[in-house]
Write a protein that binds this ligand. Structure first.
Ligand code: FES
Ligand code: MG
Length: 593
C-alpha cells in the first residue's frame, strides 16, 4: 500500500507477525503458523496475506466446486507475491438447510466479520455462489472494509430432459403443477427434477444465485465476466487464478469495498437487476450490503431507479435459456454493454475490482447472441423492475410486474375502467403448514376471486423469512385452467419462481404489521399504478382489530428451535430494510479500529 507521498504503508498482517515493539506476542503469533511449513520470510517480509473465505463443503454442494477452484486462487495469489490462507465459512445451502437457509445469512456474516477482523489478513477472496453466500460474504467485507474481491463458483451446465432445457427450481414449480394435475407420476417427476442439476455449480436459471452473482459483478466486486462462466468450464479455473492475482494488487493499491460499493455502484446494480430479470430477493440483500456500508438504499430506490428498465436477458424463469447460454452470449459485461449503448447505466465510470471503470471493462464487449441477451431496442419486456407497494397492509412490499402472465393479466388487470387494479376476497394462511393443510379443502371455497395471504413467514415469524409466498392455487382450480391466484405475504419467494406475488411485506405480521389484521372474507384492493395495497375497511375497524391483537399478546408465531433463532429474532430488522441485525449496522470500517 502506498500513501499519497508514495511511502509504503505497513500491512495489517505485520502487526501480528513483525512487531519489534512486542517480540513476545510476535513470536507467539508467528510460531504456530510456521508449523505447517510456512517460512518466516513469507510471514515477516511484508507479503500480503490473503484470506480465501471458503464456502464450499459437502454440506453446500452449490459451492462445493470452490474446494477445487481455491487451488487456482492460491496459485494466483502466490504468483503475485502474496501468501494464501484458506479458511472455512459457515455453510449455507439453499436447498438443504432447515428451517430456511436465509436464517443463516446473518450468522455467516457475523462469523466472517470476526475472522476478517481478528486474524492477520490483508485482503480476502470471497467465494460466492449459492443464494445467501453472496450477500453474507459481501456484507462482512462491507463491515470490515479490507480489500476484497468476489469469485463466483459459476452456474451448473444446462439441464436437459427429452430435448427441453430444464432449469433449476423453475422446473420444480412447473412439474409440481403437472404432478397435481395428474399429467406425470412420481418417478417421472423425480427424473425431470434431477435432470436440471447435471454438474457442479449453482442454479442455472436466473434465480437468486445467478442474480446475486451477476450483481456482485455489476457492483464492481468481481472481475469482468466472472459471474456467468459455468462451474465446469476451463475459464472458471482461469478466472480463479486471475482473481487470486488481482487481490494482491488490490492490497497494494488499498482498494477497499467502501470505495467500490458506493451509492453509484448500487444504482448501477439495480438497473442491471431489472435488465437480467433478477430475483425478488435482490432488494433484501443489496439493501443489507448497503446498510453495512452506511450507503442509503431502500425499496423506493428500487422502483425509481429500476422499474422502467427493460428485461434483456432471456433466461428462465422469465424466458427460455439457461446459464451456459448466458455465458456464451457474453454474460454481465454484454448486458452492461447494451445498457451503456442505450444510456441506461446511470454511472458507467465507477471503479471496479480490476482497477478499471465499468465502461472500460464492458463498453466494447460484444453481445454474441441476441436471442439470449436482447438489445434495448428489442427487449423481452418493458418496465422489468419492481414496484414498491404501500398501504394499510404494510409500509413496503415489492412486486415484479414483468412476470405477470397473460392469463393473470386477462383475469385481474383487464377492466377497461380500472386496468391497473384488482380487488378480491382474502383467505389468510399462518405459515406454510397452514397453507398445505387447507388449500385443497373445498370448505374454504377458494375461487378465482380469492387473494391468497401468507403471514408468519417474515424475518421474525418464520424465522429467517421463508420462500413460501408463491402459493399454488387449489388442485381443483388448476384443473379448471386457473394456474395462479394473486398472492400477498410477509415472506419471500424463490428467485426461480415466476409468480407475480406481492412479497417481502414489511413490517411483517409478527412485528405488528397490517397483515396481522387481515381476516378471511376481507375485501382487498391492489392498485399497481398508484402503488397501493389496502384492506377495504374503515380506520376505526382497523384500530379495533389492532387493539384486539394487542390484547391477545400480538401475533403468535412458532417457538424457537435453536439458540440462534432466538438471538436473531431479538435483533433482526424487517425484509424491506435488508433483514440485517440491527445492532450490527453501526460497525463500519472495523479493520481500522
Ligand atoms: Fe444453491 Fe440455487 S440452490 S444456487
Ligand atoms: Mg431460494
Amino acid at each position: 500500500m502506498a500513501d499519497a507521498g508514495g511511502v509504503k504503508k505497513r500491512l495489517r498482517s505485520q502487526e501480528w507477525f513483525n512487531n519489534p515493539d512486542n517480540p513476545g506476542m510476535t513470536a507467539l503469533y508467528l510460531e504456530r503458523y510456521l508449523n505447517f511449513g510456512l517460512t518466516r520470510e513469507e510471514l515477516q517480509s511484508g507479503k500480503p496475506l490473503i484470506g480465501i473465505a471458503q464456502t464450499g463443503s459437502d454440506l453446500s454442494p452449490c459451492n462445493r466446486h470452490h474446494l477445487e477452484l481455491a487451488k487456482r486462487v492460491r496459485a494466483g495469489i502466490e504468483a503475485a507475491g502474496g501468501v494464501p490462507f484458506e479458511f472455512p465459512c459457515h455453510p449455507i445451502q439453499e436447498t438443504g438447510k432447515r428451517p430456511t437457509a436465509s436464517l443463516d445469512r446473518n450468522l455467516a456474516y457475523l462469523s466472517l466479520v470476526e475472522v476478517l477482523y481478528g486474524y492477520p489478513l490483508d485482503g480476502v477472496v470471497l467465494t460466492i455462489g449459492c443464494d445467501k453466500t453472496t450477500p453474507a460474504l459481501l456484507m462482512a467485507a462491507a463491515t470490515v472494509d479490507i480489500p476484497a474481491i468476489a469469485l463466483s463458483v459459476g452456474p451448473m451446465l444446462n439441464g436437459w430432459h427429452k430435448g427441453q432445457r430444464t432449469g433449476s427450481g423453475t422446473i420444480v414449480w412447473d412439474s409440481r403443477q403437472r404432478l397435481s394435475a395428474g399429467e406425470i407420476g412420481y418417478e417421472e417427476f423425480m427424473e425431470i427434477i434431477a435432470s436440471s442439476a447435471p454438474s457442479v455449480g449453482y442454479c442455472n436459471t436466473m434465480g437468486t444465485a445467478t442474480t446475486m452473482n451477476s450483481l456482485a459483478e455489476a457492483l464492481g466486486m468481481q472481475l469482468p465476466g466472472a459471474a456467468a462462466i459455468p462451474a465446469p468450464y476451463r475459464e472458471r479455473g482461469q478466472i480463479s487464478y486471475e482473481t487470486g492475482k488481482r487481490i494482491v494488487s488490490m492490497v497494494h493499491e488499498d482498494l477497499r469495498p467502501s470505495q467500490i460499493m458506493t451509492r453509484d455502484a448500487f444504482e448501477n446494480a439495480i438497473v442491471v437487476n431489472s435488465a437480467i430479470g433478477g430475483s425478488t430477493n435482490a432488494p433484501i440483500h443489496l439493501n443489507a450490503i448497503a446498510r453495512h456500508l452506511g450507503v442509503p438504499l431502500d425499496n423506493d430506490d428500487w422502483q425509481t431507479i429500476g422499474h422502467h428498465i427493460p428485461l434483456l436477458v432471456n433466461l428462465q424463469p422469465a424466458g427460455e435459456y439457461l446459464g451456459e447460454d448466458y455465458h456464451h452470449a457474453g454474460g454481465v459485461p454484454a448486458v452492461i454493454s447494451e445498457l451503456i449503448k442505450a444510456n441506461l447505466l446511470p454511472h458507467p465510470d465507477v471503479i471496479t475490482a480490476n482497477g478499471k471503470t465499468m465502461r472500460q471493462n464492458c463498453a466494447q464487449v460484444e453481445n454474441a447472441d441476441e436471442k439470449v441477451i436482447r438489445p434495448v431496442s428489442d427487449p423481452l419486456k418493458r418496465d422489468a423492475g419492481f414496484i414498491n407497494l404501500k398501504g394499510n397492509l404494510f409500509d413496503t412490499a415489492i412486486m415484479k410486474t414483468s412476470v405477470i402472465s397473460d392469463e393473470f393479466r386477462e383475469r385481474y388487470l383487464s377492466n377497461p375502467d380500472d386496468p391497473d387494479a384488482f380487488e378480491g376476497t382474502a383467505i389468510v394462511f399462518d405459515g406454510p403448514e397452514d397453507y398445505h393443510a387447507r388449500i385443497d379443502d373445498p370448505a374454504e371455497a377458494i375461487d378465482e376471486h380469492t387473494i391468497l395471504f401468507m403471514r408468519g413467514a417474515g424475518a421474525i415469524g418464520y424465522p429467517g423469512a421463508a420462500e413460501v409466498v408463491n402459493m399454488q392455487p387449489p388442485a381443483y382450480l388448476i384443473k379448471k385452467g386457473i394456474h395462479a391466484l394473486p398472492c400477498v405475504g410477509d415472506g419471500r419467494q424463490s428467485g426461480t419462481s415466476g409468480s407475480p406475488s406481492i412479497l417481502n411485506a414489511s413490517p411483517e405480521a409478527a412485528a405488528g404489521g397490517g397483515l396481522a389484521l387481515v381476516k378471511k372474507g376481507d375485501r382487498v384492493r391492489i392498485d399497481l399504478r398508484k402503488g397501493t395495497a389496502n384492506i377495504l375497511i374503515s380506520d376505526e375497524e382497523l384500530a379495533r382489530r389492532r387493539e384486539e391483537l394487542q390484547k391477545n399478546g400480538g401475533y403468535h408465531y412458532p417457538k424457537h428451535q435453536t439458540p440462534w433463532q432466538e438471538i436473531q429474532r431479538g435483533m433482526v430488522d424487517q425484509l424491506g430494510s435488508g433483514m440485517v441485525l440491527k445492532p450490527a449496522v453501526k460497525y463500519q470500517r472495523v479493520a481500522e479500529t
